[in-house]
Design a protein around this ligand. Structure first.
Ligand code: NAP
Length: 345
């Protein structure tokens, strides 16, 4: 039943942001009497959809839900009240709600005499909402850095050309990861070299992620494709009166570049759960050096470009092997002719 609730929650993978992905199953014994999932912020929560589907069969049922039911009045009323009103007998949550505003729903249920347990499939539940958990517990998004490289770790020719390093299937897979991200971040070097749109294409989704550019001196060309259609945020390091089709936030560090950790906090404040980085080796290196990466999503093409081509991360000052940035591989798959590696710090 919990596995089914998680599968339902997965349906909100591309759309529920900034809310968590939540699925719910109501069962009477072995029979499912209602199911639901949360599609988007402002829409009904999974618990409410499941109870509505169950109708009169909700009374006395056991609820399986991947996140503790909420106790707060947000854009919709507290789920806890609806659960009590509909006389659910027992609630089993995979994990407690890390959102301090919505938490303690379980305790409120227990106080009302409704059995409440949590912990069933907790790891899977945390994984599904890794960005939401990160934003609630660390005040920053989960940062996934996507890199397409050759077997010798090269991401572009020395002159900046990089389209395309990997094959069509890997690129489509990259768009699926984009679709689940709340925001996609790139650097001014990539905007100048590639003029990317950074929209989700080739994948069906009703939502486009926010596009974010790190541009210290606000040099972005007015005609850059990333500015088309709005929905773009630029972080820069200097005050500048340029009028652009984007919101500009000045967050300077001591070198008048962008203070990257504060940028992550600002993105979290705006509700960004998962941030996908698609930048060149310079910004990638800065983010890695400043502890602003949680996971690497690397596509490796079985080819070589040699050591004059650009690498993955500009890192200086590594003089001993002890200083290498160590990761742990969490998945390894073949995508078309390429290999996809997910590795976590
Ligand atoms: N294969 C791939 O996966 C992939 C993906 C994207 C891009 N690319 C390739 O990467 C190349 C571009 O690389 P790139 O390194 O020039 O571009 P980039 O990393 O997208 O952007 C570089 C800029 O980031 C800035 N930067 C670094 N740290 C910063 C900080 N803390 N605050 C503000 N700005 C900061 C640098 O600014 P300053 O000049 O002020 O130091 C630099 O100009 C292109 O050829 C593109 O095709 C490849």
């Amino acid at each position: 039943m919990m596995a089914r609730a998680l599968a339902l929650a997965q349906k909100g993978l591309f759309t529920s942001t900034p809310n968590p992905r939540v699925g719910c199953v109501l069962a009477q014994g072995e029979s499912v009497v209602g199911e639901g999932w949360h599609e988007k912020a402002g829409g009904p929560h999974a618990e409410v959809v499941a109870i509505d589907k169950a109708g009169s069969r909700a009374a006395g049922a056991t609820m399986y839900v991947n996140l503790e039911p909420c106790s707060h009045q947000g854009r919709t009323p507290p789920c806890v009240d609806f659960i009590k009103k509909n006389k659910i007998n027992r609630v089993i949550a995979a994990m407690l709600d890390p959102n301090p505003q919505a938490a303690h729903g379980g305790a409120q249920l227990a106080a009302a005499g409704i059995g409440f347990e949590h912990g069933l499939m907790a790891d899977e539940a945390k994984e599904l909402n890794i960005g939401f958990v990160s934003r609630m517990t660390r005040g920053r998004p989960w940062v996934r850095m996507k890199i397409a490289a050759t077997l010798d770790g090269r991401t572009a020719l020395a002159d900046g050309r990089s389209q395309w390093i990997t094959g069509a299937e890997a690129r489509k897979d990259g768009h699926r990861w984009r679709a689940r991200a709340c925001a996609i971040l790139t650097g001014i070097g990539t905007v100048k070299a590639d003029d990317p749109r950074l929209t989700v294409r080739d994948v069906a989704t009703s939502r486009q992620p926010l596009r974010v550019v790190v541009d210290s001196r606000l040099e972005i060309p007015e005609k850059a494709k990333i500015l088309e259609g709005g929905n773009t945020l630029i972080f820069c390091g200097v005050e500048n009166a340029r009028k652009l089709n984007a919101e500009v936030v000045t967050l300077p560090n001591k070198n008048n570049k962008v203070e990257l950790p504060r940028m992550l906090e600002e993105l979290a404040r705006r509700g960004v759960n998962e941030l996908q980085v698609e930048a060149g080796f310079r910004l990638n290196g800065s983010l890695a050096r400043e502890g602003c990466v949680d996971e690497f999503l690397v596509y490796l093409n079985p080819s070589f470009l040699g050591d004059e081509a650009q690498g993955m991360l500009a890192l200086s000052g590594i003089s001993s092997l002890e200083q290498k940035i160590k990761t742990r591989i969490t998945s390894l798959d073949r995508i078309g002719d390429d290999i996809r590696i997910l590795a976590r710090l």
